[in-house]
Design a protein around this ligand. Structure first.
Ligand code: ATP
Ligand code: MN
Length: 464
């Protein structure tokens, strides 16, 4: 079928021509004069196209008059200038084929406002609504902007494994991957699990980060990035945590923390510029209906120089304010979202890059600073979300790395390959991880991370 996308039809280029479009009915209005107006959406853009049907169509009485929200149709006709005030063009149809009927009363997406909670129970149909269509398009544009950014700069896209044997973050928040029978787990003599009988003959997990596996490619091919699903079995029921989410992780060769921060700043600006430029209609909608400040906030981020502040300085600020914290702060503790938001929203009124965190709260691979207390880490904080990026310069010195791994109580033999990189031509390198869903949240103003991924996985929930 030679189908014109509604986005292109509304673009007006084919005005005056016979075209065929296809999509799902959003609303239908029948007028007395033997006309019907069908608003059709095919997901290619936010707007509906108006299809005008008159009673000379063969199936007018039998089908058109019975169309309801949710029906799928293919319509052909001439694209003409519209006299209506809501659209510039419309289709004067000569044929409308009803492809799939829909039961008006039972259709879960009624033409009214549904709560996001309700729509989460309709994960298979919620992408037919304005909000979820717009989220999907913005998410798509963000992904293409991510690849664009790195490809333009000569970064190589590397696919790291989803099934892994290492625990990158060392936080013990991994999902096990096993084919052992839960109700008949083979045991060792000491009562432990006998993994030799498991599929991989060793414990394996869903990855929490592709970083450890992308570093070898950085230390051979230069600037690289990985972009894929990551998993965290953390029991955080927050509007910013998912058990399955997507992460982009660039790794820069011959680079220090400064390079890393510069890259992160340019990267976020590139993404938000792309969204503002290419998703205008969707962003207009988010700005009107979801968060009245979202366009302003994105514009502000694009125009701001990100503030760069040490963790130690941030702790000073947080302990000197009169503000009452739900989670108390002192040097050495991990910052909570309330602290992060305070810094970016109220103290600096700009995105903030916090650097040089205490060694004790960061993973083993981060490079130790000369003060022996902090590491060359950086987190990018943005309004409303808090942390959107976490990164660091990596420890490239063999002796320091080994000592650190020992201190962290790690099984060094498991990481022989990671350590090899420091034995054979080690280089300074740095990278970061950007959570895709936090980025979509920030760009759209959507309050809950469950509403910016098609099928959210969270504690006690894996529907669809
Ligand atoms: P947080 O403190 O917010 O849990 P984190 O310190 O665990 O984040 P990192 O391990 O540094 O995060 O991961 C890098 C990025 O991945 C984060 O900046 C964030 O954007 C994203 N991210 C981390 N955990 C999650 C999650 N559970 N769901 C969605 N995105 C996440
Ligand atoms: Mn976390």
């Amino acid at each position: 079928m030679d189908r014109t996308k509604i986005a292109d039809a509304l673009g007006g280029e084919s005005q005056g021509q016979e075209i065929t479009i296809a999509g799902w009915v959003r609303t239908v209005r029948h007028s007395k004069g033997g006309f019907s107006f069908i608003a059709l959406n095919d997901g290619s853009c936010f707007a509906q196209i108006q299809v005008v049907a008159d009673n000379t169509l063969a199936n007018y009485d039998s089908e058109i008059l019975h169309l309801t929200a949710g029906c799928s149709v293919i319509a052909s006709g001439k694209l003409v200038a519209s006299e209506g005030k809501n659209q510039s063009v419309e289709i004067q149809s000569t044929e409308i084929r009803v492809i799939g009927k829909s039961d008006a009363e039972k259709y879960p997406i009624q033409p009214k406002r549904h709560s996001f909670e309700y729509l989460r129970t309709q994960g298979h149909l919620r992408s037919r609504t304005n909000t979820f269509g717009a989220v999907a398009r913005v998410r798509n544009r963000i992904c293409s902007a991510i690849h664009e950014f790195f490809q333009q700069r000569g970064f190589l896209y590397v696919h790291t494994p989803i099934i892994t044997t290492s625990d990158c973050e060392g936080a013990g928040e991994q999902f096990n991957v096993t084919t052992l029978q839960m109700n008949d787990i083979p045991r060792n003599d000491d009562g432990g699990v006998d993994f030799s009988q498991d599929f991989f003959a060793r414990p394996t997990y869903l990855t929490v980060s592709g970083q450890l596996e992308v570093e070898p490619y950085c230390c051979s091919l230069g600037d690289v990035y990985t972009f894929g699903p990551t998993f965290r079995a953390e029991n955080s029921n927050t509007p910013r945590h998912l058990a399955e989410f997507w992460m982009v992780e660039p790794e820069l060769a011959f680079a220090d923390l400064q390079c890393d921060m510069d890259l992160a700043e340019a990267f976020l600006k590139h993404i938000f510029r792309a969204v503002l430029e290419d998703c205008r209609e969707d962003m207009q909608f988010f700005n009107e209906r979801i968060d009245k400040t979202v366009i302003e906030t994105l514009t502000h981020v694009i125009e701001s120089d990100f503030e760069r502040v040490t963790y130690t300085k941030a702790i000073e600020i947080l302990t000197q304010t009169d503000r009452k914290w739900e989670y108390p702060v002192e040097w050495g503790c991990d910052l909570q979202t309330e602290h992060e938001r305070f810094l970016t929203e109220e103290v600096f009124n700009a995105p903030v890059i916090l650097t040089d965190y205490p060694r004790g709260i960061k993973p083993f691979y981060m490079r130790c600073n000369d003060d022996k207390k902090t590491v060359a880490a950086m987190d990018v904080l943005v309004p409303k979300i808090g942390e959107i990026i976490g990164g660091s310069q990596r420890e490239e010195r063999l002796d320091v790395l080994l000592k650190r791994m020992e201190q962290c109580g790690m099984d060094i033999s498991e990481y022989w390959w990671y350590i090899d990189l420091r034995k054979y031509g080690t280089i300074p390198h740095a990278g970061f991880g950007l959570g895709l869903e936090r980025t979509v949240q920030f760009a759209t103003g959507m309050a809950n991370i469950r509403d910016v991924i098609p099928y959210p996985r969270t504690p006690r929930n894996a529907e669809f």
